[in-house]
Ligand binder design. Structure first.
Ligand code: 26V
Length: 828
């Protein structure tokens, strides 16, 4: 826009517009020559940030004075996505900002799109952490998030002829307006070195390299409340004393700044490759960096709040502090808290242990063996010598406890203990075992998953600690995942329920059930869905060049690419559908339900089969979409670079979503909840939270197929014994790909993973072949149901109506009451 208009806006016709204009003049992004959407974004964000900082300071002060018990959520991942729309939505000033930006010649949507996603995470676990922060703030809970400030977020996915390419995602390129650097909050973090024993027998970790952890705070506003909490992200830096000026002046530039470059490596990327020993050390460094910085900060705050309050005791620490470990990545918090209490504060083992185990609780997010962390003892001995000592002592005492005979579990020690020395060449520390032994509560993330933890993974511990294990079914924030991403549907819901209270009390969505057959609602519901489908079609055209038809059924599967999530099942189904369409007459084709199948998700860079799947989806898409015989009945699209913002676009426009993991393998899934909440129907297995979604929305509204979790072990055994009888449709689909219809890339290695009879990772371990026929039958039921528009709309309304349980407000309230023992503390 012209600069003159900016000047006009400064005449305070609206306080917000002039505030934005003010920031635009003083922001580092301002150019006297232009005020483009990008400048408008930074100026608007900074003006919102001012408000956030104010309520944030007030919240902090209130917590400080009220001194309630407080929760600290430790997570290596946060998938915050964009913050502008979320912040103005939560603050209830969205319309005011839209008007103000209009005055300045801009459209809020376009301005908001300028923001880069903060993608400091990988998948569901990271997004869960972000949904939790939103709920903690909204429920006025005294809670903080702690994480790492990665320089580069999760990689940007580019799709080329070769398949997936990974590019560094420079989310900080033009700085993030949402973080506040806290130069006053710095803690030293030690690595390597050795343990010194004093004449009195006390131990101290000394030497090695010391890197500084510097805090960056990101304010997290609650929905329509003053409470604004913190996500504190640590950045690693070396201090000036570590810069060797003498060496530098001598021309030894690299060695002069050695510690600086080591510090930079720590927060460079999320999940650096760990194939090499150096890679493993770097990952462990990251984990320890998060744990040590956060605990030093927590202890500092604990002491600060006790200051001047007369006598206080360390034994009260668990009455003031709850630490939640988001999976095993922050497990080192356990030995680090022990170390800080014993070596720095002078407590004895028993007292330190009592405090630590009453403070820490652990959430398990996966039962996949390859994702259960095991750290080499030799690496730990080098990097964290004192922590390995402490872990060994915890292990020793645990064994003694079990051997005392009172538990009756003596024979199970080998699998239950923390250290695994079974391979003398490579003894390891089992992080999940350390968590279970040291935490006061352990929880899974959906009922089925929690049951599996109790009956399989952690079964032996249950007899020792029957009350330690809990379930906390995951949830999603209804603000971001319905109110803000799907305003049309939200307005319809509020209109029919005659209230917008569902935004903070999602259970009242059940009120929609009484209107499930109402034709007026059907018309409004359908038109909101259609508008979202048009928006999505435009987006797909823009990012892939493929035109899709909003009148076709929009069928979406978006999630990390992994064999257990079975994107292969989806694409084999699409291939079979394609082949059948090709064989049909024109008249027959006209009777089918036209479909647009969309897939998206990132494959871990070193996960070869996952990358092959991405390539296959793209190759199938290229063939199908360019085949004039069938492309008005079927399209297959790979949506590149799936992230939070892309999800916000896809989910409102979805009609069918695939959650089709091998039963027992998906701990919960959370996108299933997002789709369902937005009136999308689910085709899925009885896995993770699908089970509960189906219970809530009604089995007649869920397209179920596939083996059940308790059948899977037997089916695998049968497969290994060569007893599996394949379905001709499954063979046909594989053969069709092998025949080269989808290009010259060699798909044999990928398809071979679905053949044979042996062992983990081979012989169709994920049971794609077994579930294929029932999957195809379920897909046929989908096609039929879609033809009956009334029935489909009813099912869609009932999906939304039954999604109330899956609010992260419910999840967080349960954590607060049943694990953390914290209460709301609303700022006045
Ligand atoms: C991570 C990785 C990373 C390297 C490649 C292999 C692999 C396999 C699994 C994982 C999962 C790590 C934990 C995780 O992200 N779990 C997810 O947590 C979500 C929130 O609870 C839950 O909804 C998902 O079902 C679960 O997979």
């Amino acid at each position: 826009m012209p600069i003159a208009a900016l000047r006009d806006a400064c005449r305070p016709s609206s306080e917000i517009a002039s505030n934005i204009a003010y920031h635009s003049r003083y922001s580092p992004h301002f150019s006297p020559l232009k005020f483009d959407p990008e400048q408008a974004f930074y100026a608007a964000a900074e003006s919102v940030r001012d408000r956030l900082i104010q309520s944030w300071n007030e919240t902090f002060l209130h917590f400080h004075k009220a001194d309630p018990k407080q929760t600290y959520y430790l997570s290596m991942e946060y998938l915050q996505g964009r913050a502008l729309s979320n912040a103005i939505g939560n603050l209830g000033i969205r319309d005011a900002y839209a008007d103000a930006l209009t005055k300045l010649g801009h459209q809020l949507e376009k301005v908001a799109e300028q923001e880069k996603d903060a993608a400091l995470g990988n998948g569901g676990l990271g997004r869960l952490a972000s949904c939790f922060l939103d709920s903690m703030a909204t429920l006025n809970l005294p809670a903080w998030g702690y994480g790492l400030r990665y320089r580069y977020g999760l990689f940007k996915q580019k799709i080329s002829k070769e398949g997936q390419e990974e590019l560094a995602e420079d989310w900080l390129e033009k700085f993030s307006p949402w973080e506040v650097v806290r130069h006053d909050i710095v803690f030293p973090i030690r690595f390597f070195g050795h343990v010194e024993v004093s004449p009195t027998g006390s131990r101290k970790w000394v030497g090695g390299e010391v890197i500084q952890a510097l805090a960056y705070d990101v304010p997290i506003p609650g929905y329509k409340t003053k409470n604004t909490i913190s996500l504190r992200l640590w950045e690693a830096k070396a201090s000036a004393e570590d810069f060797n000026l003498f060496q530098f002046n001598d021309g030894q530039y690299d060695s002069a700044a050695q510690l600086h470059s080591k510090a930079q490596q720590i927060c460079a990327v999320l999940y650096p490759g760990d194939a090499t020993e150096d890679g493993k050390i770097l990952r462990l460094k990251q984990q320890f960096f998060l744990c040590s910085a956060s605990l030093q900060d927590i202890i500092f705050r604990f002491k600060e709040r006790r200051d001047g309050k007369g006598a206080w005791q360390w034994s009260n620490f668990p009455d003031k502090v709850a630490v939640q470990l988001n999976d095993t990545h922050p497990t080192l918090a356990i030995p680090e808290l022990m170390r800080l209490l014993m070596d720095d504060e002078g407590l004895g083992w028993d007292e330190a242990w009592d405090i630590t185990s009453r403070t820490i609780a652990y959430t398990n997010h996966t039962v996949l063996p390859e994702a259960l962390e095991k750290w080499s003892q030799s690496i730990m001995a080098k990097l964290l010598p004192r922590h390995l000592e402490i872990i060994k002592e915890i292990d020793k005492r645990f064994i003694a406890m079990v051997m005392s005979g009172s538990t009756g579990m003596e024979s199970k020690i080998a699998t239950m203990r923390i250290l695994d020395d079974s391979n003398p060449q490579k003894p390891v520390v089992r992080m999940a075992n350390l968590c279970v032994v040291s935490s006061h509560k352990v929880n899974g993330v959906a009922q089925l998953h929690s049951d599996i933890l109790k009956s399989e993974l952690f079964a032996d511990y249950v007899s020792i600690w029957p009350t330690k294990f809990q379930n906390k079914t995951n949830g999603i924030t209804p603000r971001r995942w319905l109110r803000f991403c799907n305003p049309d549907l939200s307005d319809i819901i509020s209109k029919w329920l005659k209230t917008d209270e569902w935004i903070t009390n999602l259970d009242i969505l059940t009120g929609l059930r009484q209107f499930a057959d109402n034709e007026e609602l059907h018309a409004e519901w359908a038109s909101a869905k259609m508008a979202s489908k048009y928006r999505l079609a435009q987006y797909v055209l823009q990012v892939t060049g493929v035109t899709i038809d909003p009148n076709s059924l929009f069928d979406i599967q978006v999630k990390r690419i992994h064999e257990y999530k079975r994107q292969l099942l989806n694409i084999l189904g699409a291939v079979y559908r394609y082949k059948k369409l090709k064989e049909m007459s024109i008249e027959e084709r006209k009777k089918t339900t036209p479909r647009t199948i969309m897939l998206g998700g990132k494959a871990f860079a070193t996960y070869t089969n996952a990358k092959r799947i991405v390539k296959l989806v793209n190759d199938v898409g290229a063939a199908v979409n360019n085949d004039p015989d069938v492309n008005s009945y079927l399209k297959v699209v790979f949506v590149p670079n799936y992230n939070v913002s892309v999800a916000e676009m896809l989910i409102p426009g979805s009609e069918l979503s695939q959650h089709i993991s091998t039963a027992g393998m998906e701990a919960s899934g959370t996108s299933n909840m997002k789709f369902s909440l937005n009136g999308c129907l689910i085709i899925g297995t009885l896995d993770g939270a699908n089970v509960e979604i189906r219970e809530e929305i009604g089995e007649e509204n869920f397209f179920l197929f596939g083996a059940k979790a308790d059948e899977v072990p037997r089916l695998r055994k049968e497969r290994e014994a060569g007893l599996f009888k394949t379905d001709p449709r499954f063979e046909e689909a594989k053969l069709y790909i092998r025949s080269g219809v989808f290009g010259s890339y060699d798909y044999n290695p990928l398809l071979d993973s679905l053949e044979g009879n042996s062992g983990y990772g081979r012989g169709d371990y994920f049971l794609v072949g077994h579930d294929f026929p029932s999957y195809m039958d379920a897909q046929a039921r989908v096609d039929e149901a879609y033809k009956d528009r009334k029935r489909w709309l009813k099912m869609s309304i009932l999906s939304t109506a039954g999604s109330g349980k899956f609010s992260s407000d419910r999840t967080i309230a349960q954590y607060a009451n049943e694990i953390w023992g914290i209460k709301p503390c609303p700022a006045p």
